[in-house]
Structure formats: C-alpha cells, structure tokens
Design a protein. Sequence first.
Length: 202
Amino acid sequence: MKILAVYGSTGQDSQSLKMIRVMAQAAEVAGAVVEPLDLLATPLPLFRTDISFAEDPLVSDVRHRCAEADGYLMVSPEYHGCMSSWMKNFFDFHYHEFAGKLFALAASTGGSMGVSCNTQMRVAIQHCHGWALPYQTAVRQSDLDEAGEIHNPAVIDRLQRMGRDLVIYGQLLNQQLAQDKAAAAQVDKSQRQAFGFAGWYV
C-alpha cells in the first residue's frame, strides 16, 4: 500500500501535522509506505474551470502522486465549520485519482468535534466515487498538553486505528478495483454500459 498523507493546515507546526504523523506511523507499522503532502508547502494555484493546468508542473506532479496512491490520510483544520481553503482547492483539482480508493478523515479544531469539517471532506470523496472509513476523529485544544502535543490517550488510539484500518481495508478495496479494471479493459464501452462497468475508473 502506498499512502498519501495530505494535510491542509494554514500554518506550520500545526495540530494537523501532529495528527497526521500519528496516523502515518500506524499505517507504516501496518506495512504501508507513506508519502506526506503538505498543501501549505505545495501551493496549488486556485482552481478554475476555464484553465486546463495541463502545462503546470506542480499540478501535474500532485496529480501524479494522487494517481499513484492506493489510499489517503486526510487532515484539515476546521474553520467556521468548514475544511480549510487549501484542502478544498486540493479536492477541486482531482476526481479520477480518488475513484475506488479508501480515505481516513480527521479534523483539528478549537473546541468542536470536527463533525462539519469531516462531513464536508466525506461528501467530496463520495462525489469522486471514493470510499471513506465509517468513523472519523478530531483533535481539540483540550486534547493537547502545555507543549502542544496530543496527550489524550483515547484520541491517540483512534488516530492510530485509523492509520491501521486504512491499510487493512484499503488493500481489500484495491484488489477488487484492480480486478474490475482488468474486467472492464476486456470489453468495449457499449458492453461496459450494458453490464454496469463503472466508467469512472477506466
């Protein structure tokens, strides 16, 4: 499993970074190779529908990294009940790269449970024909110690389980996706439509 760990923080040394490190370590223990994608350090241009961005090297690189990933860890800070602008812009650039793959979602918040932020990311993934783990989590200020490190054992356990489960269940989805792609490649477009092969992954 190759996992892309995406965090959409608007500041360095953030809660999002600390969260995704815990998740990534658990995914690595479960046997995955994890590659970080810091959206603040990888400033994609603002998405526009009237520009193809085909010649933009940064857009092309990120799209390639997304296409190569077998699953995703996603952490965003919650601003006014929403995912960060960095994260939303990242979603806008991708579609086929997400189809059929599994996501683990988490939010960093000031005091809420991050439900609204996680729900927004979950909806975006569903509209790209991706899968998300059926549970999520958030880290609040109260979950941090005086040094700013996550100290709540229940939250740490949940983050670790998300990293582990992404690898375990993501492999099952990837195996089926590979079989479906191989089957779809054996028939033409009209037959795919007749037999219900989904066109979003071919």
